[in-house]
Design a protein around this ligand. Structure first.
Ligand SMILES: [Zn+2]
Length: 283
């Protein structure tokens, strides 16, 4: 491993298709997905090569719909030594599904992963960080289904809440507890910004991302980074997204792979979510 350090940070991949965008209809509606060009195999293999070159074992949160159609890809991810979690079955926002719908979607995702050969699924990340004050009941559902880790609550106003802890912590969930592992954010220009994922990782220089990781580590906290396979697609099917979503989806992807490589080779240690332990009081 570069730097030879213990993997105190976390690298995650949300394994989904380029068209798994929440809340859109028309040509990208779920009932159209089977007719759209699939890019997930080639882009995921690029992610696997990237992680292999950097000596990183990560956690892949896999969409059940993808696992069902590409079981061999799930097997490749597992064989490469990565940890597997659920990213829902139909990539729907948790608060849109409601409690019963979420339970059904979660069980379908677990069943698809098991069909693809994953023996045990105990880690979850919601599409679009959609466990927040509108859907905290989802933690009870997860704990009830035997999940031990959730990585869905972003300490960010746009998709979560700035008051959420920025470090892994235990939350009471129904009769049990669940370990909540939030994504990396940083304070910039008087705002809380995503840093190790989404626009943050795309907008920031590798040096700034590495500095943000080091700042968390100095506080004794792991930094959690997240990548989507479609973000490193060399030939993305751009024309199909509506204009606003096109921006969110593809904003500043040019040169992204090179910047990401620099972060991964900077000597920062990364590992899977499963190695993380809670910090602080139970919430
Ligand atoms: Zn997603």
């Amino acid at each position: 491993m570069p730097g030879g350090s213990h993997p105190q940070n976390v690298f995650t991949v949300d394994l989904e298709e380029w068209f798994h965008v929440c809340g859109v209809g028309g040509p990208l509606a779920p009932d159209q997905w089977d007719g759209l060009p699939s890019r997930v195999e080639s882009t995921t293999r690029r992610v696997l090569d990237l992680l292999d070159a950097a000596g990183i074992r990560a956690t892949f949160f896999i969409v059940g719909w993808v696992a069902e159609r590409h079981p061999r890809l799930v097997d490749e991810v597992r064989s490469a030594g990565h940890e597997i979690g659920s990213h829902g079955y139909a990539h729907q926002r948790v608060f849109d599904l409601g409690s019963d719908g979420f339970l059904r979607d979660l069980r379908a995702s677990v069943s698809a992963l098991k069909q693809a050969g994953v023996p045990d699924v105990r880690l979850f990340r919601a599409p679009e960080w959609s466990i927040n004050r509108r859907s905290l009941w989802a933690l009870d559902v997860l704990a009830g289904e035997g999940f031990s880790v959730d990585a869905s609550m972003a300490p960010l106003r746009l998709v979560g809440d700035e008051s959420y802890p920025r470090f892994p912590h235990m939350r009471r969930a129904g009769a049990g507890r669940i370990l909540e592992v939030p994504p990396l954010v940083a304070d910039r220009f008087g705002h809380v910004m995503p840093m190790g994922w989404g626009w943050g990782l795309r907008m920031s220089s590798p040096r700034r991302v590495v500095r943000a990781i080091a700042a968390e580590n100095r506080l004794g906290r792991p930094a959690v980074l997240t990548l989507h396979p479609w973000e490193i697609d060399p030939d993305p099917p751009r024309a199909r997204l509506p204009p606003g979503l096109h921006f969110a989806h593809y904003f500043r992807l040019g040169g992204f792979l090179g910047r990401l490589r620099e972060v991964l080779r900077s000597g920062v240690g990364f590992g899977p979510v499963g190695q993380v332990t809670a910090i602080g009081e139970v919430l």
